[in-house]
Design a binder for this molecule. Sequence first.
Ligand code: 3AM
Length: 179
Amino acid sequence: MGNDTGNARLFFALWPHAEVRAALAAWVHSHAPALPGVWVDPENLHITLVYLGSVSAETRHCVTMAATKLPFEPHRLRLDHIDYFVKPQVLYAGASVVPVPLMELVQRLRAVALSCGVQIEDRPFVPHTTLLRKVRTRPHDAMAFPALNWPVEGFALVESQSLPTGVRYRVRERWGTSR
Ligand code: 3AM
């Protein structure tokens, strides 16, 4: 678990408005009972932009300062389908189109991480909101998902905490116009 002086497990993310969170949670409630897997707590729903992992207070300060200087262009992301990642065994809501401002934001955040000495994965960015974990096999049938417009008005630095009740994500910093 993180604190003000020790290491914390951090990632940059898009953090949904209440309406988007409610729409995602509603989909999970109506479809998940028929699916094997563990529901993501509605309070934890998000889109990871860059995963930093466990970092020191000094590194946290570095990425926070650097992120504060980034340009940010508000835009809209359209989540439009349900898909499955084989390796982490998660079911997610995805976006067929990655808006240019979002791609630019991810590239800038990756540069922020590297400039602060954080090693990050060099995988293509696939915007997604994980809805269920521990889904052992790809669902056979395509699942309906009502397209959802996610107004991207800012981004956040989020801490992942392991509590006795499970993993809890907490927004530590916010940038953009969604303060
Ligand atoms: O945003 P999603 O749900 O895809 O699986 C973790 C979650 O992914 C992922 O970071 C997000 C917030 O915790 N994650 C956890 N450990 C990771 C790691 N070592 C990781 N991503 C990359 N490398």
